[in-house]
Each structure stands twice: as C-alpha cells, then as structure tokens.
Design a protein around this ligand. Structure first.
Ligand code: FUB
Length: 330
C-alpha cells in the first residue's frame, strides 16, 4: 500500500471516528443508542415504555447474563443490569443469546438461547425465563431447554415470539441457514402440533437465510425478516419477505438493511418497534463501528423504517444521528 493510501486510510479513520463520537443533533438519540457491546437487540413496548433486550456481545464463555435498557422517548435510555443471569438457569453454561420477550397474563417471558449446541448430544438450545416485571429478575421457567435439538437442520437459537391476531403464540427460530416455526403451548412450557399435525415446520425463505428471524403483521400481511452473511464481518445484513400466513410460503423480496462504508459495517439481526399512536416503525439492529476488526464489537442502533404505498419496506439508511424523540406518554 502506498503512502498516499496509508495517509488516506488514517485520515478517513480519524474523520469517521470523530463523526461517530460527535454528539447527535439536538433531540436525536444518536447511534449507538447506548454505550457498550450489545448485539441481537429485541425491541418491545411494555406499559408505554420502550425496552431493548440485547445479547451481551462478549466471548461465548463470558456471555453469562443479559442487561436490558428502557426509555420513555427513544432518546434517553436507562440500563437495567443482569435482568437474567446464568445463575438462574441451571442448564446454561455459556453463549446466552438473542432475547425474545412476550407479555402474557401479567407475566413477562424472556426466551433466550444458551450453550451454542453443535449436535443433539449436547445440552442446550432455546429456553424461557419468567418475571413479574419487564426489568426482571427473570428466572428459568422449565429447568431445561424448551427446544433442545436440531429440527429440519435449524440450530435451536435466535428465537422470536409472534402473537397472531387469532390468539396463537408462535415461535420462529433457527440458525445454520434454516428457520422453523412452532406453535407454543399457551403456558409457554413447550410446543404443540399445528392444525395439520406438524410440530416443527420449516419456513426457510431463501438460500441466503442465515439466522435472526423476526415476524410482524401489517395490513393483513405477514412480514418475515432475517439476517444474511456472517455476523462477525462487514456483510451481515437484513432481508425480508411478505406472506399471507405465518406458516408461509415466503419468497425473498430483497435486502433492506446493510453496511454503509461511511457510517458502520455489519448491520444486522434486527427487531422493530411499532408505535401505534402515530403508526411509526423503527428498526433496531446491531452494527460494527468503522475500522473495527473484533467481531464481538457490536453496538445497538435505531433507525426509522418506512413502507411504500404497496407495503414494501424501503431500504433503511443507517445513520450516526439516529432517531428523534417519540414519547409514548402524553
Ligand atoms: O450474538 C450471538 C449470535 O450472533 C446470534 O445468535 C446470531 O444471530 C448472531 O447475531
């Protein structure tokens, strides 16, 4: 590499790190929205409060707890340390990943993966913990994983819980390039067969699917989002499909979230906030700071997510300034 290129690289790094550290414009959240290495953010709204439950992005052996963050306006965030700790999950040893939250009958349920199992011979998979409040403390519900084996090739990680209009609770999950949907028992203690008798239904939408599935419903259509690429690298990204049923079929429409070489790399593993009062949508995701080479250095960020008149999701512009305040309470 010539001197000119070296100088250019150094200058660029200096400029971009200055931009990343610069205070956001007044009234904006700034990205990342809170300090620290946090990935796989799960967005939830409980009691007119925004919540984010991320993975603690450390080495697998150190991923032994989850922190949560709450905000009344999307701009000011309060940290709630160790809302779920490995000491309260007897079967978990490491690699606690990708929270999914659900509120049901006054209780809060925290689904998570643990142990990064590589085969059915290992103990681990997807578990569930319960608490009386969104800030926990959450305690393991079952004393064992809820899903503890591979089905249809899907590693039991990256769960997302979807409550359909008809009252059915589904879980969509899966790593290793396969996604499954299951119907949860009403008390979340396990899974039960769907109408056709299937328990683990594969809904992998495209060969590009890797992990991090998510589902929501808008104007009668089911939106399925997921991550593509490798999470440690720059190309991690989010694509989506639209279907008429949560069970599919789903056909990939295209990518809507990816790196911007001027802002950040590896933008992926998302969730969404839908604010009913103004029908606004936000995408919550993690990304790597520019120039960083540590795959675990992931930071949580928020952007607006817009739809076109036909219901397609518009490509998201990733930013350093982030979103403006949007209080949920009058
Ligand atoms: O954070 C651990 C793993 O990285 C997640 O389960 C994957 O989706 C990837 O984001």
């Amino acid at each position: 590499m010539g001197f000119r290129n070296l100088l250019g690289g150094a200058l660029l790094a200096a400029l971009t790190s200055t931009a990343a550290l610069a205070a956001p414009p007044p009234g904006h959240a700034g990205n990342p929205v809170f300090p620290g290495w946090y990935a796989d953010p799960e967005a939830a709204i409980f009691n007119d409060t925004y919540w984010i439950y991320p993975t603690t992005s450390l080495k697998y052996a150190e991923q032994r707890y989850f922190d949560a963050f709450s905000s009344l306006d999307l701009v000011h965030w309060t940290k709630h340390p160790h809302v779920l700790d490995i000491k309260d999950v007897p079967w978990a040893k490491k690699a606690m990943w990708a929270p999914a939250l659900a509120e049901k009958d006054g209780k809060y349920y925290f689904f998570f993966a643990a142990n990064d199992i590589q085969s059915d011979k290992e103990l681990g998979g997807i578990g569930v913990a319960v608490a009386d409040k969104p800030e926990g403390p959450f305690r393991d519900l079952l004393g064992k994983p809820l899903i503890d084996a591979f089905h249809n090739g899907a590693q039991p990680i990256d769960q997302f819980v979807f409550h359909d209009d008809d009252g059915t609770w589904y879980m969509i999950y899966g790593g290793w390039k396969h996604a499954n949907i299951v119907k949860l028992k009403p008390d979340f203690t396990g899974v039960e067969p769907m109408a056709d008798g299937t328990v683990f239904k594969e809904i992998t939408p495209a060969p590009e699917y890797v992990e991090g599935p998510l589902m929501f419903k808008r104007n009668g259509k089911y939106y399925f989002m997921w991550s593509e690429g490798g999470w440690t690298g720059p190309d991690y990204s989010v694509a989506y499909a639209i279907g008429d049923s949560p069970l599919g079929p789903f056909k990939r429409i295209g990518k809507i979230l990816e790196q911007d070489p001027k802002v950040a790399t590896g933008a992926g593993h998302n969730s969404v906030f839908h604010v009913a009062k103004d029908d606004s949508w936000y995408i919550v995701y993690h990304r790597h700071p520019l120039g960083d080479t540590n795959g675990n250095h992931r930071q949580t960020s928020i952007e607006h997510m817009y739809f076109d008149k036909d219901g397609k999701i518009l490509p998201v512009k990733i930013t350093n300034e982030g979103v403006k305040a949007n209080p949920l309470r009058p």
